[in-house]
Design a protein around this ligand. Structure first.
Ligand SMILES: NC(=O)c1ccc[n+]([C@@H]2O[C@H](COP(=O)([O-])OP(=O)(O)OC[C@H]3O[C@@H](n4cnc5c(N)ncnc54)[C@H](O)[C@@H]3O)[C@@H](O)[C@H]2O)c1
Length: 493
């Protein structure tokens, strides 16, 4: 769903079923306006808050810039065409057709007509637009936008508010412009991290009267939703996509297993063999990072607060330590906890010269970066997303992406994983939107397991994988329906 975020002009293409499904989405991975257009977009938009955002984008494209936008967008379209090979769940006409039909069947609700299905052959964003969603998009991370993708979407008429390298102010301004527009009101939220949800709660609580549900992707955002629910303040049903197996195991585990190396390589050109690394947190993300680094020959230490995850780390062959015990000797520190102040100024003071410090968790508060902005320390930008922070005695640490998500800021994320996540999110949106009155209350839910299994099955053909079918006798023996679900809800994979 990182690939889909905005909605927009799809409403012109359809009429029925999901026509009124206005959706606010945020994606970490894609988007926005051309960086070259950034200042004019900002100036123009800030001076004319009543101008509809789509028009904003159009306005900022002075003629001489518009051909540039078109050229970049065309390049992106070529990239998208290449990516489509890795997006089996969202790009294949056949699988999407099956998906939508399956959803309709599962939810026993209206099905989608053929006219729309014909449109379901491009990336997921276009799919949602084609489904009738009028999407608007803001980024959920200031560094994670791919400007060329944003350009391509803007060119296609999707309102997009994001660019790579936003300031904090820009970030909230983009979110506000995403939701605060005359004549348009979201009825679904697709969030990644909970900032958008938080903003609507804070600024526009009345919007929840028309919102049918929230689909949340991240650990952090889900945590916030459960807190709201516990406090009795959640005013619409929410779908916890993060804990869908097809999201958690693939996006958090396998995606991070690959992209941690990519992010470190692109920023530091380092060799991994023999390096001492400490990974804070042995959840899904931490497990992925540890596995990748171990495979590259690094010596990996793990810190954990949870004895179960700690024991898993031990059984997987990692040394479980307290950060204090290894902080002087390690070459790399990676945080993946979803927590705050895991690496403190005291830790940073004790690190050895040239230690690399980075974060794979959602929030930039895992490393106390703010504590490094003091007069006695010098910051030196050595390349994009790489800062040397220099102590008075000459010691320097290498801080990546200013403590924000390393992989989303400094590398690419495998499109195959995006396909899995995007398909899961699309199904979650459709399920919440289509659910009959009363099926979902003001609480946080998991996607029905059968849909998780369906998402996985859509991606199996990529591997020429041959799934074994239960015989009647076996199905009876296990007490299962031959078509699934194959596991109880409490199964942990
Ligand atoms: N970089 C990415 O592409 C990506 C992908 C998915 C999730 N995330 C983010 O990564 C973070 C972790 O996700 P996850 O799925 O691994 O969550 P998780 O809950 O499975 O794992 C986090 C682990 O950190 C541990 N922990 C908490 N505080 C700690 C501390 N002070 N010291 C040591 N360990 C501590 C917890 O016990 C837990 O085991 C979240 O913020 C999530 O949003 C990032």
């Amino acid at each position: 769903m990182r690939l889909l975020e905005v909605l927009g002009e799809g409403h012109r293409l359809l009429k029925p079923a999901l026509w009124r499904m206005g959706t606010v989405m945020r994606a970490p991975q894609l988007f926005t306006c051309l960086s070259g257009c950034r200042s004019s977009l900002l100036t123009r938009s800030k001076n004319s808050t009543n101008v509809p955002p789509k028009l904003d984008v159009a306005l900022c494209l002075a003629p001489f810039l518009s051909h540039l936008l078109t050229a970049i967008a065309q390049l992106l379209h070529i990239q998208i065409a290449l990516m489509m090979r890795h997006l089996p769940g969202t790009s294949s006409k056949r699988t999407l057709r099956e998906a939508v039909t399956s959803v309709s069947r599962t939810s026993n609700r209206r099905s989608l007509d053929e006219e729309k299905l014909k449109l379901l052959n491009k990336v997921l964003m276009e799919t949602l637009g084609a489904l009738g969603a009028q999407c608007r998009w803001a980024a959920c991370n200031i560094y994670s936008t791919l400007n060329e993708v944003a350009a391509a979407l803007a060119e296609n008429g999707f309102p997009v508010f994001a660019w790579k390298g936003e300031s904090e102010d820009d970030f909230w301004w983009c979110i506000d412009r995403c939701v605060n527009v005359e004549g348009w009101q979201p009825n679904m939220i697709l969030d990644d991290g909970g900032d958008l949800t938080h903003w609507i709660y804070k600024k526009y609580p009345n919007m929840f009267k028309k919102i049918k549900g929230i689909v949340e992707e991240s650990v952090t955002g889900v945590h916030r939703l459960y807190q709201l629910s516990k406090a009795g303040k959640l005013c619409v049903p929410a779908m916890n996509v993060n804990d869908s197996v097809t999201k958690q195991k693939f996006d958090n585990l396998y995606c991070c297993r690959e992209s941690i190396l990519d992010g470190l390589k692109r920023t530091t050109d380092m060799m991994f063999g023999g390096k001492q690394v400490v990974v804070c947190g042995y959840g899904e993300v931490g497990k992925g990072c540890c596995a990748a680094l171990k495979a590259m020959g690094s010596i990996v230490y793990v810190t954990e607060i949870d004895p179960i995850c700690a024991l898993q780390a031990c059984m997987d062959g990692f040394r479980l330590v307290k950060l204090n015990e290894v902080i002087r000797q390690v070459d790399i520190v990676i945080t993946c906890t979803g927590n705050k102040n895991v690496v403190t100024r005291e830790h940073l003071d004790r690190m050895k010269n040239s230690c690399i410090v980075c974060n794979m968790g959602h929030s930039n508060t895992e490393i106390d970066v703010a504590s490094l902005r003091t007069p006695e320390l010098t910051w030196e930008r050595v390349r994009s997303q790489v800062d040397h922070v220099i102590w008075p005695d000459g010691k320097r640490i290498v801080l990546l992406a200013e403590g924000r998500l390393l992989n989303l800021s400094c590398s690419t994320v495998p499109t195959f994983v995006l396909s899995i996540t995007a398909t899961t999110q699309a199904l979650a949106l459709i399920e919440l939107y289509n659910a009959p009155e009363g099926r979902y209350k003001q609480d946080v839910y998991l996607l029905p397991k059968k849909m998780d299994e369906y998402v996985a099955s859509l991606h199996l053909p990529t591997f020429d994988a041959h799934l074994t079918e239960l015989t009647d006798e076996q199905a009876k023996y296990l007490g299962l329906n031959k078509n699934g679900p194959f596991k109880p809800n409490y199964y942990r994979y």
